[in-house]
Design a protein around this ligand. Structure first.
Ligand code: ATP
Ligand code: MG
Ligand code: MG
Length: 556
C-alpha cells in the first residue's frame, strides 16, 4: 500500500487487532500550533494517518496548545491546510487540548483529593536544586506534605488568580528518588497570565504537556499514541497519570525516531528564527523545509508521501540525505509533470537558410508517454535561442551538443549545423549562424547519425518568464551542530547558503502565459519547475520556482 511500509508499530497494531485487544484503531497527530509544520511532521502525519487508513481506523488532528504565548491562529490554520494538502483528512472536527482544560482541571482536583498532587511554592531555581541529577536522588519539597484541604484551597486560588505568575505550581506526588527524573514530582500546572488563542483569558493556570497529552489521548480513545523517541523516558509518567485518574480509556504510547534531514533544519524554533530574522521571506519561502515551503517549491503530496515511506519507521537514527527527498520528488514528477522547452541562458542562433519572417510549426506531445497531457504547436522561425551551455567552441571529448561545424537536433524539430560563430569586441560569443537541414523532420539525415538533441525556443514566439533558481539553504550537513574553536555551537544562521536563491529571466514556449499558480512542469533537460503559488499571476510575466534539477543535470 502507498502509506505505510512494514515496521514495528504496524506489527504491534496487527497483533492488537488479531488478539482482540482492539477492534479498531484510533491514532492522532498532535502538533503544537507554535509554528508551521516541517518535513519531520510530514513523517509523523504519514505514519498516523497512514496507519488509520491501512487498518480502517481513525486519526484525529489535535492541537497540543498548552503554551499560550507561543501559539496562534495563523499556525492553527496553516497546520490544517498542510495536513489536507498532504492528502489526509482527520476524523470530525479538529481537537484542541485546550478544549479539555475543564476536564484536566477536574482530574487535577481528583488527584489532590487523593493526596496524589500538591501545590508547591519552590522557585524554579530551588526546584532544579531539589530535583537532583541523573546520579543523585532528589529531595522532597518542603511543601510536599500539605494536606489535601490546603492543596485544594490553594489550587482553587491559583485558578482564581490569587497568586502572581510563576509563584506556585501543582505537582504530582510520585517519587523524588526515582531513577527517571520525569517521575520526580513533575509539575502539572503553572500560573501564567497569558491570552490563549482558543480559551482567551479564561485561564491563568495552564496544564503541562505530559499531563495534558496523556489525558487528551485517553479522552479521545486513542489506542496507539505515537511519538518521537525523546518521549520514551516520559512514558512511565504517561502511564502513571492514566493509572491514577478515572481514565476514560487506556491508550499506549510507542516511540519512533525523529527524522533529521541533512543540509536542513527540523525544529520549529529554529525555523521561526529564520523567519523572524528575515533570512527567508516567510515560513513558506520555497527554500524552507516546511510543508508549505516545499509546496511552494513545487514538491507534490505524492512525492512527500513516497519519501515518508522510504525513510521508514524505526527506533534507530533517522538522518537522511537531501538526495532521498529530491529523489522521491523527481520520481513523482517524472510522470506527473508535462514537459515544455525553456531556455535559461539564451544564445541567439540565426538560421541562415530559413526564410525571414516565416513561421512553421510542429505538433508535439506534452509528455512522451502520457497522451492525457495533450499536445501543443511548437513554432520555429529564423531566430531561435539555445542554452549557452549547449554550444562549445572547443568541445571536450565525447561532446554531443553543438560545436562549430557540427550538427545537433533541435528537440521536436530539425537538425541544424553551426557554420559561423559571431563574437563581440571582448571575444564573447553573442550569436551563432546555423543552417537547417530541411529534410530532417522526424527522421535522420541521409547517411549520418546525429546523436545530440537540445532544447530551444523560437525567439519571436518565446515568452519571457521569471525563474527563481533555488539551492540548499545551508552550506553544511548539520548547520545546528557545528562547533567553533572554543567548543561551543556556532549559530546555525552562520551557515546559510548565500547562493540559495538566484532570479533570472528565461525564455519559454508561450503556453506559459496561460498557466494558473502551482502548475508543475518539466523544463526539458533542465529540471522541474512550478508557477509560484503567490507571485505568479495571470496577465503578468510568469513566475516559476525551480523545484529540483534533473538527476544528472544536463544530459551530455
Ligand atoms: P519541533 O521541535 O519542531 O517543534 P515538536 O516535536 O515539538 O517539533 P510538535 O508540534 O509537538 O513538534 O509535533 C507534532 C508531532 O510531530 C509529534 O508527535 C512529534 O513527535 C512529530 N514530529 C515532530 N518533529 C518530528 C520529526 N523531526 N520527525 C518525526 N516526527 C516528528
Ligand atoms: Mg512538541
Ligand atoms: Mg517543539
Amino acid at each position: 500500500d502507498q502509506f505505510a511500509d512494514n515496521h514495528f508499530i504496524r506489527t504491534i497494531i496487527e497483533d492488537d487487532l488479531q488478539s482482540g485487544k482492539h477492534t479498531a484503531i484510533q491514532t492522532r497527530f498532535p502538533p503544537e500550533p507554535n509554528g508551521y509544520l516541517h518535513i519531520g511532521h510530514a513523517k509523523s502525519i504519514c505514519l498516523n494517518f497512514g496507519l488509520a487508513y491501512v487498518f480502517d481506523g481513525k486519526c484525529n488532528l489535535r492541537f497540543d496548545d498548552t503554551n499560550p504565548e507561543k501559539e496562534n491562529q495563523e499556525y492553527v490554520d496553516s497546520i490544517k491546510e498542510d495536513v489536507q494538502w498532504l492528502g489526509f483528512q482527520w476524523q470530525g472536527e479538529p481537537r484542541y487540548a485546550s478544549d479539555y482544560f475543564d476536564q484536566l482541571f477536574d482530574y487535577a482536583v481528583g488527584l489532590i483529593k487523593e493526596g496524589k498532587a500538591y501545590v508547591c511554592d519552590l522557585t524554579p531555581e530551588e526546584m532544579r536544586e531539589y530535583r537532583g541529577t541523573l546520579t543523585e536522588a532528589g529531595k522532597n519539597s518542603p511543601y510536599r506534605d500539605r494536606t489535601a484541604e490546603e492543596n485544594l484551597d490553594l489550587f482553587m486560588k491559583m485558578r482564581d488568580g490569587a497568586f502572581p505568575d510563576g509563584s506556585k505550581t501543582l505537582r504530582l506526588k510520585i517519587d523524588m528518588a526515582s531513577g527517571n527524573i520525569n517521575m520526580r514530582d513533575p509539575v502539572i500546572y503553572r500560573i501564567r497570565r497569558a491570552h490563549h488563542h482558543n480559551t482567551g483569558d479564561k485561564w491563568c493556570i495552564y496544564p503541562m504537556y505530559d499531563y495534558t497529552h496523556a489525558i487528551s489521548d485517553a479522552i479521545e480513545n486513542i489506542t496507539h499514541s505515537l511519538c518521537t523517541l525523546e518521549f520514551e523516558a516520559h512514558r512511565p509518567l504517561y502511564d502513571w497519570v492514566l493509572d491514577n485518574i478515572p481514565s476514560p480509556s487506556q491508550p499506549r504510547q510507542y516511540e519512533f525516531s525523529r527524522l533529521e534531514l541533512l543540509y536542513s533544519i527540523t525544529s520549529k524554533r529554529k525555523l521561526n528564527q529564520l523567519v523572524s530574522e528575515n533570512h527567508v521571506s516567510g515560513w513558506d519561502d520555497p527554500r524552507m523545509p516546511t510543508i508549505s515551503g516545499m509546496r511552494r517549491r513545487g514538491y507534490t503530496p505524492e512525492g512527500l508521501r513516497l519519501f515518508a515511506k522510504r525513510v521508514g519507521i524505526s527506533k534507530s537514527e533517522n538522518i537522511v540525505d537531501m538526495d532521498v527527498l529530491e529523489g522521491a520528488i523527481r520520481e513523482d514528477l517524472e510522470h506527473a509533470a508535462p514537459r515544455l522547452m525553456v531556455v535559461l541562458n539564451p544564445l541567439k542562433i540565426t538560421l541562415t537558410n530559413f526564410e525571414q519572417g516565416k513561421t512553421q510549426s510542429r505538433t508535439a506531445a506534452f509528455h512522451p508517454n502520457n497522451d492525457s497531457f495533450g499536445e501543443r504547436e511548437v513554432p520555429i522561425s529564423s531566430t531561435i535561442y539555445i542554452e549557452q551551455d549547449d554550444f562549445a567552441e572547443e568541445p571536450p571529448k565525447g561532446w554531443k551538443r553543438l560545436t562549430l561545424g557540427g550538427e545537433v537536433r533541435l528537440r521536436h524539430g530539425y537538425v541544424i549545423k553551426c557554420d559561423e560563430v559571431v563574437k563581440d569586441e571582448n571575444g564573447q560569443i553573442i550569436e551563432l549562424k546555423c543552417s537547417i537541414d530541411h529534410d530532417t523532420l522526424g527522421k535522420n539525415p541521409e547517411g549520418r547519425k546525429v546523436k545530440g538533441v537540445i532544447h530551444w525556443v523560437s525567439a519571436e514566439h518565446a515568452a519571457p518568464i521569471k525563474v527563481r533558481l533555488y539551492d540548499r539553504l545551508f552550506t553544511v550537513e548539520r548547520p545546528d551542530a557545528v562547533r567553533g574553536d572554543d567548543g561551543e555551537y556556532l549559530p546555525f544562521t552562520d551557515f546559510i547558503n548565500p547562493q540559495s536563491k538566484q532570479e533570472i529571466t528565461a525564455f519559454a514556449e508561450s503556453v506559459v502565459n496561460d498557466l494558473p499558480p502551482e502548475s508543475r512542469w518539466q523544463f526539458e533537460r533542465v529540471g522541474y519547475f512550478v508557477t509560484d503559488r503567490h507571485d505568479h499571476k495571470q496577465g503578468q510575466m510568469p513566475v516559476f520556482n525551480r523545484t529540483v534539477t534533473l538527476k544528472d543535470g544536463f544530459q551530455k
